[in-house]
Design a protein around this ligand. Structure first.
Ligand code: NI
Length: 257
């Protein structure tokens, strides 16, 4: 059995107090619960950052918060199983999580994100946190709270693998890369859902509005991708590249003055 002591949910409160003597940083995986086409898991956007964060937590001794698994995914509601928070609800959730952990001494919040649809809302939540602090007691010289959002797929090493393996078939939703990463993390479920072919092979591209419009444009849920190219082997490569990149980004974030 692996020691999972760096996960907040498997820690005791005295362990968290001990951790805070040396570090005030925490990684918070944040994702979504939304359809990922006919061959991708509904939890893809939450599973990806969670898999990566748990590994980074062990390698770098960083505390990992529970995954915020439900995000801003209103446009996916036309497909069974998708669940969304309104943007304003997600802002409230993110603020409450940050403000709770701040009470105990955490002040470096690194959100590891798995869903493009969360970005604007999470950034708005960070602005709310800063505004609350500024209005609350500006001028008292309190230690600063800093928040950072990092998308797991953005590192140069990750792009390189995706371009080499998938090229134009990567797409922008139910991407071959994210599906590959989850097949690596959950190989038996990957085998269950994997298909040899989808029609059309390459999904259409286009803008995103509401859920009905989305379903009319993107009949099986994918945007621009061919996730049948995804394999657990490529997922392992993406995993290693992302763990390296994110780990470095976390260390730079927490070390910055
Ligand atoms: Ni996704």
């Amino acid at each position: 059995m692996k020691d999972s002591g760096m996960r907040l949910q498997l820690s005791t409160w005295p362990e968290v107090e001990d951790y805070l003597k040396d570090s005030s940083g925490i990684i918070i995986p944040i994702g979504s619960t939304e359809q990922h086409g006919p061959t991708g898991f509904i939890g893809t956007d939450a599973l990806c950052p969670e898999l990566l964060a748990n590994e980074i937590g062990e390698r770098l001794n960083v505390m990992i918060a529970p995954t915020l698994s439900i995000g801003m995914a209103q446009h996916h509601l036309g497909f069974a199983g998708s669940v969304t928070l309104r943007p304003t609800t997600l802002i409230a959730v993110v603020c409450d999580v940050i403000n709770s952990l701040t009470v105990h001494g955490f002040d470096r919040f690194f959100f590891l994100n798995g869903h493009g649809g969360n970005i604007a809302t999470v950034q708005a939540a960070f602005s709310e946190v800063y505004a609350d602090r500024s209005f609350g007691s500006a001028g008292q010289n309190r230690p600063s709270v800093r928040c950072h959002l990092e998308n797991w797929w953005n590192g140069p090493g990750i792009k390189e693998i995706s371009e080499r393996e998938f090229g134009d078939s990567e797409g922008s939703h139910a991407t071959a890369s994210e599906v590959a990463l989850t097949y690596y993390g959950y190989p038996e479920d990957g085998t269950r859902v994997k298909q040899d072919q989808l029609m059309p092979r390459l999904a259409p591209k286009g803008p995103i509005y509401d859920a009905d419009d989305y379903r009319r444009r993107f009949a099986d849920g994918r945007i621009g991708s061919d996730p049948t190219l995804a394999t657990a082997e490529i997922g392992k490569e993406l995993f290693e590249a992302s763990v390296r990149h994110i780990g470095q980004a976390y260390e730079e974030f927490t070390a910055a003055l």
